[in-house]
Write a protein that binds this ligand. Structure first.
Ligand code: ADP
Ligand code: MG
Length: 596
């Protein structure tokens, strides 16, 4: 425990969010640039700049770097630098205010519609649809035309046309939360709808609102500039970036700097806001953290200089030697599996037992390179399938071995089965992945497999969808898929944890019979010694990423050596022992606490 505590830096989430943003170089550059522009725009009244509206016909169209006019002058002799900074101030203020208005109104509509549902939702969303049905810029033009040109009216127009974006996004997310258990619980506790929306729903949809804001702010500044460019926004002599661009258009060939300078400024503002927006989105979305911006690769990364120990169990179907798998976090690699060695012979069942988080699943997934990378990394060790090192296999061969040489059965069959596909077809898919068979033959084989794993009336059942089957039947389908290509090794990762005790017993019996009959090696992962004693010939006990004890199941049960093993064994309840059972377990935990 102490080792793990030392490797995981206890950083506050706030700090990590900042660090993540800083780590994303593009986003950090965007942040710096927009801060710089915003600072200049804020300080512009204090800077020693000429009056942006003071005309000087004698100084017309001076080029860039003229004495007294760093960025030259425009067609009326006004200082472009001064106009640029004042203009950026206006553009930023209008764009950001419009974003804020659209975000508040749009999100309010979205949350209320999503939470209320039914007729209110229908009414509001059809209104939003009507807004969306108009071409975007045309609607803004129409609004400005109706209200009259001017900066404030342009602001309203931009805000209104952007309301649907927020409303649609936020409604979608709210719908997902409106009937979640914690919201129902709040309802049952007698909270009023408004208070539920504010305290339960809003905090959950807030990240989406912030993300939508950060990704649309740049776009809104561009639209404001567009309206001003058309002469519908800022009115002379006041200038924003769009109207400067519009005025410079006439001199595009004689004095290009008059329009290029504001053009570059718009570009810089929009690109820095967009980069920053992307960065904020990545920080707020936990799935995109830990550098996993790229999709995980097809196989787990293996460290180039890994130590590959020799195979010590030549006759084993699967032999793992000194496996070390970790997860990258920034520059560090947090170890999850530290030097695990184990082997399973054909026709044998090895139980891998340990409490939750001890590294059992990571060990199992490492076998076929299924640990997601990034962040997963196999640092050391070798994995032998009949004396062939999996970690040196070409990628194509490794992928082809999945399901044909090593097959997996996972814990929760409801999440591993495709919800929209009949189960028979899913078994057929597993067959088709590795065998060239005709459609009829494949269907026959799938039905035989389903029958084999004890699904009654298999031909009829093959047409059913996963949700129409019971938990035990779904797991039987999972086992049928694993058996589809007669693998040498089956890795079963807590296959019965989600099932009730009687169904669990029958699934275990099925697995044991099939494994004996077909002479497969079975690596059976569990946290329950009761299950191990049912089906495993040997057992390996895992704690904090290491194997602390291995041996024949009977022997380990009769005479456990490690204190942790004793504790796991004590945790198997016996009928009729009642309170004495709890005392025994609590006593073992106390003793352990005193020792460590
Ligand atoms: P279990 O023994 O319950 O199957 P696992 O093998 O799933 O445990 O996990 C072992 C350790 O690896 C845990 O501490 C877990 O936090 C860590 N871990 C698992 N998957 C990831 C991941 N994708 N990123 C970071 N750490 C992970
Ligand atoms: Mg697990």
């Amino acid at each position: 425990m102490s080792a793990r505590a030392a490797t995981a830096p206890p950083a506050s989430p706030r700090l990590t969010a900042w660090r993540l943003l800083a780590n994303n170089r593009l986003a950090a550059a965007g942040l710096c640039l927009i801060l710089l522009i915003a600072l200049l725009a804020l300080l512009v009244p204090l800077l020693p700049l000429p009056d942006p509206d003071a005309t000087a016909p004698a100084e017309r169209l001076k080029p860039v770097l003229t004495e007294g006019h760093l960025l030259g002058t425009d067609q009326l002799g006004r200082d472009i630098l001064s106009r640029l900074l004042w203009g950026a101030r206006i553009s930023l203020a209008v764009g950001l205010t419009a974003t804020l208005i659209a975000a508040v109104l749009g999100s309010a509509v979205g949350i209320v519609a999503g939470y209320a549902g039914g007729r209110a939702d229908n009414l509001m969303m059809r209104g939003i649809d009507m807004l969306m049905a108009f071409p975007y810029i045309l609607l803004a033009l129409a609004i400005v035309a109706a209200l009259g040109p001017g900066l404030m009216n342009a602001l309203y127009a931009i805000a209104v046309v952007n309301i649907p974006f927020f409303a649609r996004n936020v409604r979608g997310v709210t719908l997902g939360y409106a009937h979640r258990e914690f919201v129902d619980a709040a309802r049952l506790s007698g909270k009023r709808p408004l208070s539920i929306v504010v305290t339960e729903v809003l905090p959950n949809v807030l990240p989406v609102i912030v993300i939508t804001m950060s990704t649309t702010a740049g776009w809104m500044i561009l639209e404001t500039a567009g309206l001003s460019f058309l002469g519908l926004g800022a009115q002379p002599p006041q200038a924003d970036l769009g109207s400067m661009l519009g005025e410079g258009r006439a001199q595009l060939f004689t004095a290009p700097h008059v329009s290029i300078v504001p053009g570059i400024m718009i570009f810089l503002i929009v690109i820095s806001l967009n980069l920053l927006g992307d960065g904020i989105r990545d920080v707020l979305d936990p799935r995109l953290r830990s550098g996993a911006l790229a999709r995980p690769g097809p196989v787990t990364h293996v460290a180039p200089g890994r130590a590959a120990p020799r195979n010590t169990a030549k006759d084993a179907a699967l032999s793992i030697e000194g496996l070390e798998t970790g997860f990258r976090r920034g520059r560090d690699v947090l170890p999850a599996v530290r030097g695990v060695s184990l082997n399973v012979r054909p026709g044998e069942c090895l139980g891998l037992i340990g409490e939750s988080g001890s590294g059992k699943s990571v060990t199992a997934l490492s076998v076929m390179g299924l640990v997601a990378s990034p962040p997963g990394l196999i640092r050391n060790g070798a994995i032998y399938l009949k004396d062939e090192d999996v970690l040196t296999m070409p990628e194509t061969r490794l992928i082809a071995s999945r399901g044909s040489r090593v097959a997996y059965v996972f814990q929760d069959p409801l999440t591993t089965l495709h919800p929209m596909m009949p189960v028979g077809q899913q078994v057929e898919e597993a067959i088709a992945a590795h065998q060239l068979l005709g459609a009829a033959e494949r269907r026959e084989k799938a039905v035989t497999l389903l029958d084999k794993v004890g699904i009654p009336d298999a031909r009829e059942r093959a047409r059913h969808y996963p949700h129409q089957l019971s938990g035990g039947q779904r797991q039987r389908v999972g086992i049928a898929m694993a058996l589809a290509n007669d693998p040498e090794v089956i890795v079963a990762d807590e296959p019965t944890t989600a099932l009730d005790v009687t169904v669990q017993a029958r699934i275990l019996e099925l697995l044991r019979d099939l494994q004996r009959e077909r002479g497969m090696a079975l690596l059976f992962i569990t946290h329950d010694f009761g299950v191990v004693s049912e089906i495993c010939d040997r057992v390996a006990v895992m704690k904090d990423g290491e194997i602390v004890e291995t041996g024949e199941t009977r022997q380990v049960l009769a005479d456990p050596q490690h204190a942790y093993t004793k504790r796991l064994i004590a945790c198997v309840p016996e009928l009729g022992t009642g309170d004495r059972f709890l005392e025994r377990v609590a006593g073992l935990f106390r003793r352990e606490a005193q020792v460590s």
